[in-house]
Design a protein. Structure first.
Length: 157
């Protein structure tokens, strides 16, 4: 192998090693839940490990192509709720077979901040710290829990 090519290979490996070291030192201690991307089917969620994130995390599992969720929207969704600490599914509209319809302004802050921008046909993962979940509701059984929601957007009005 020519000397210049060898130097380039080592340079790329060095950059990758630095990137990996940076990632692990900046919070690589937790693993986010993984979620299946089968549209029209209840999601399967693999429980996370490690410490829960302190800030809201929002990720499109399936990007939608329809109408966009706005802060003023009324939504029809299917959702599944998992508790970070136990990995237990606490609630799912898929189980009852009935989607939920509600104004976005009437739900927890984590949904109000994590769902705008999602589109009909999409599936979004939300990891919500207690302060943006039920932490503001003293005495609520989930007030100290980080919540994992997987939300499928069915309709927006």
């Amino acid at each position: 192998m020519p000397r210049k090519t060898l130097i380039k290979v080592f340079a790329v490996l060095a950059v990758l090693a630095i990137a990996f070291a940076s990632f692990t030192s900046l919070g690589g201690k937790s693993s986010m839940p993984s979620v299946t991307a089968n549209a029209g089917e209840a999601p399967t969620i693999t429980p996370p490990s490690g410490d829960a994130p302190a800030e809201l995390k929002s990720e499109d599992i399936i990007p939608g192509t329809g109408a966009e969720v706005l802060p003023t929207s009324t939504l029809t969704v299917h959702y599944t709720l998992m508790q970070w600490s136990s990995g237990e599914i606490l609630e799912s509209s898929w189980t009852s077979g009935q989607p939920a319809t509600f104004p976005l302004s009437g739900v927890i802050t984590g949904w109000q901040e994590g769902l705008p921008g999602a589109k009909v046909g999409g599936r979004r993962l939300l990891v919500i710290p207690p302060s943006q979940g039920y932490g503001a509701m003293a005495g609520h059984p989930l007030e100290k829990e980080t919540l994992i929601f997987v939300v499928d957007i069915i309709a927006v009005s």
